[in-house]
Design a protein around this ligand. Structure first.
Ligand code: UDP
Ligand code: MG
Length: 335
């Protein structure tokens, strides 16, 4: 995209999506209505996170009648945060909003976010969920635990219940892009920046179509990344457990000596097994914790990119006739 086009784009809306063929047409219609009504120049950066369903084809179909829709296809599924990163790196707008594809976050709010950011000169506007009654009980409970834990680790700047629906200024996006993090967790990194921010509240809607792309394994991964990228406190657990173990040992030694001198040296199989099992478990736990951090250091040192772009319709438009695209590009091939 040319420099003038970059300067002219006021708003970029990044939408990571993975196998969202069911919801995409409804999403596009609602989002387009909002954005066309804004009266600013915009681009929608649809990041297709290596979908294996018809998402790519649907996107290309939509783009025929919606020139502001830009398609970035990743070569393989890298996960929600990786897709977000790809979109943020490529977005050119003076403001960059990010929103899920499943319409759980109402696109209409983007207007409020932009108005708030412009009128109060804010760098960050968080979409804060004030009502999650449409989420499953499990999702709500895990979310409460997650946000409580993260406020504990990353500080009180982390707003309650702010997910990845937010608006960032160009300065903020550039600051995030400059960070060397390999596995950025934006919902913590953005508050960590501490730039002037505001919030817009909304109630979380039900997923408009399709099923969640966040199984328990991905949720656990996000939580582990969140903790290890923001705090070394779990490592201190080893120290505390070690100290506690030492205290117990001293007490046991005293008891053993007393028992020896008064002559009640019973076999003591049960106490020995308990001590052995306990110490073994603690040591394994601490090794595992160390492993988590060593793993992060390892990944950071390798410096491997979190995503691989197979195709960007903006580049395509710059080099070829814009709508010559007929078929989705299969993963693993560059157009
Ligand atoms: N997503 C993605 N890559 C993935 C998993 C999810 O781009 O590997 C997208 C997904 O398409 C959606 C957003 O991330 O736009 C949030 O996922 P989802 O709605 O499934 O999560 P939930 O709302 O259930 O937590
Ligand atoms: Mg969702």
């Amino acid at each position: 995209m040319s420099t003038t086009a970059e300067q002219a784009t006021t708003l970029s809306v990044v939408v990571p999506m993975y196998n969202e063929e069911a919801v995409l047409p409804i999403m596009a219609e609602r989002l387009r209505k909002v954005l066309d009504g804004l009266d600013v120049s915009y681009e929608v950066v649809a990041v297709d996170d290596g979908s294996t369903d018809a998402t790519a084809a649907v996107l290309i179909g939509l783009r025929r009648y919606w020139p502001q829709l830009r398609i970035i296809r990743l070569r393989r599924n890298g996960g929600h945060q990786a897709a977000l990163t790809a979109g943020m790196h490529r977005a050119v707008g003076q403001y960059v909003a990010s929103i899920d594809a499943d319409l759980q976050d109402p696109p209409e709010l983007i207007k409020d976010m932009l108005d708030l950011a412009r009128s109060q000169n804010l760098d960050i506007v968080y979409g804060v969920r004030n009502d999650r009654s449409t989420d499953t009980v499990f999702k709500r409970w895990t979310a409460v635990g997650y946000y409580r834990m993260m406020r504990g680790f990353a500080g009180n700047r982390v707003p309650h219940n702010a997910g990845d629906f937010r608006l960032l200024s160009r300065v903020t996006v550039d600051a995030l892009r400059a960070l060397p993090e390999q596995q950025p967790v934006y919902r913590l990194l953005v508050p960590w920046l501490g730039f002037p921010s505001g919030t817009v509240e909304y109630s979380r809607e039900r997923r408009a179509a399709g099923v969640t792309k966040y199984p328990l394994t991905k949720m656990v991964r996000l939580a582990a990344d969140s903790v290890t990228s923001f705090s070394a406190a779990p490592l201190r657990l080893a120290t505390w457990l070690g100290l506690a173990g030492f205290g117990v040992c001293i007490a046991l030694v005293v008891w053993v000596l007393v028992a020896y001198f008064i002559g009640v040296t019973v076999p003591g199989w049960a106490s020995l097994s308990v001590v052995l099992l306990f110490l073994g478990a603690v040591q394994l736990l601490c090794l595992g914790l160390l492993g988590e951090y060593v793993g992060r250091i390892f990944a950071a040192m390798q410096g491997r990119p979190a995503f691989f772009i197979a195709y960007d319709s903006a580049e395509d438009a710059a080099t070829a006739v814009a709508d010559a695209v007929e078929e989705p590009v299969p993963a693993g091939r560059t157009r």
